[in-house]
Design a protein around this ligand. Structure first.
Ligand code: HEM
Length: 367
């Protein structure tokens, strides 16, 4: 086959794919996408960073599935085998564990920056709602994934975590039984958490993420009110290649950080879960649940005649709902008038999370 005929054939294949997939339309969209450049532009990188880490989670998670066995008899042993016998098994598991933590960290940064920069305002209300949904799903991934190695620490942390769900008024007992697959944390809980972790949550995350990214594309990136208020024209950077190449630098740095963390601090396993053993000292949730756990611990046993823990759980529910509804009650101020309430709420929330997390790690974390 001559070189030119190969080139012609490739060009023909390209034209055929384009006519079937509409690649040229996609390219047009990417070519016209622009990102505003101002003093808060750095915050635009964290959504992309979270997306990158999510992709790492999907890839490493699928690899883990090749060896993982979701039953109380075999889960711990299958992870032990993966860590000790499978080539690079320890690396894949450690990257999955570290990337989960990094993803939730960058997700918190993305969430708080969208809040502080008022990116949820018209017409981006649904972008915000879908984002809160993704935050809930990410926490769900963390909670269900923690149990899967079926080790001692995970077993008791799940016991405490599901117990907290049990104090929700009216539906608490029901929710607890649905989550645990019975009254106690058992092999049935592991099977459920596995189904939720590898099927339900990924399906929901992909659907909501698709909506989120579509809306980001449709509305473009917002310009924060304090930049808009200056009245000066806002310069723009082309997404392809300028912004995307900067994104790539961040993703490569994240990959290097993940490799280093996984190599120097590989994920631990500890001992196998034993439902009949007493809870070991030092049971603590993942860091991103620590502030809720610590809050419940510090509450008095009774508040206004109600169980203290129940009041705490209800308060977190109401706070979550208010966060979801921020776009409805934060209306833009009159032109030229700065509005600081949401900024103060954001700063208050960050301080609350940091202080309670610190207390959680420095005080005895067992309950
Ligand atoms: C798996 C989770 C998430 C992923 C992968 C993701 C991804 C992205 C990406 C790639 C962008 C465009 C670039 C950027 O603004 O950083 C974006 C924008 C946005 N995201 Fe997210 N996001 C997630 C969760 C969230 C959460 C938890 C919220 C808030 C509740 C949120 C709210 C927004 C908003 C309002 C925008 C538009 C920003 C603007 O126009 O200035 N997202 N997201």
């Amino acid at each position: 086959m001559s070189g030119s005929s190969l080139r012609e054939r490739l060009a023909g294949l390209g034209a055929w794919l384009d006519s079937r997939l509409g690649l040229a339309d996609l390219w047009e969209v990417a070519r016209h996408k622009e990102v505003p450049v101002h003093r808060h532009t750095v915050w635009y990188y964290f959504g992309g960073m979270t997306l990158f880490l999510f992709v790492v989670q999907v890839c490493t998670g699928v690899l883990l599935l090749f060896y993982y066995r979701p039953s109380a008899d075999e889960a711990f042993e299958s992870v032990q085998f993966l860590m000790a016998e499978v080539q690079f098994g320890w690396l894949i598991r450690s990257i999955h564990a570290w990337a989960a933590n990094l993803m939730i960290f960058t997700l918190f940064l993305h969430f708080f920056s969208a809040m502080m920069l008022r990116a949820y305002r018209r017409p981006r209300e649904i972008t915000w709602l879908s984002g809160v949904g993704l935050l809930g799903l990410a926490l769900g991934f963390g909670f269900t994934g923690y149990l899967l190695p079926w080790n001692e620490l995970a077993y008791f942390a799940t016991k405490v975590g599901t117990q907290i769900v049990g104090v929700v008024p009216l539906v608490g007992r029901f929710l607890l039984r649905v989550l645990r697959g019975g009254e106690e944390v058992s092999g049935a809980t592991l099977t459920r958490f596995y189904a939720v972790h590898v099927a339900l949550l990924p399906a929901a995350a992909l659907a909501i993420l698709g909506l989120h990214l579509y809306l980001v594309q449709k509305h473009g990136m917002s310009v924060p009110p304090d930049v808009e208020r200056t009245g000066a024209p806002v310069p723009r950077m082309r997404f392809v290649p300028n912004f995307l190449l900067r994104d790539l630098v961040g993703w490569l740095a994240a990959l290097a950080a993940l490799a280093a963390l996984a190599a120097f601090f590989p994920a631990e396993l500890g001992g196998k879960a034993d439902p009949f053993a007493s809870a070991p000292a030092g049971i603590k949730p993942e860091w991103y649940f620590m502030f809720t756990f610590q809050t419940l611990k510090l509450l008095p046993p009774h508040i206004l005649g109600l169980e203290g823990e129940m009041v705490g759980v209800l308060a977190f529910g109401v706070a979550g709902l208010l966060v979801l509804l921020i776009p409805l009650f934060d209306r833009p101020a009159a032109p030229g008038e700065p509005r600081r309430l949401i900024t103060w709420i954001g700063i208050g929330l960050i301080l609350y999370i940091v202080v309670l997390t610190y207390l959680g790690y420095t005080e005895s974390p067992t309950k």
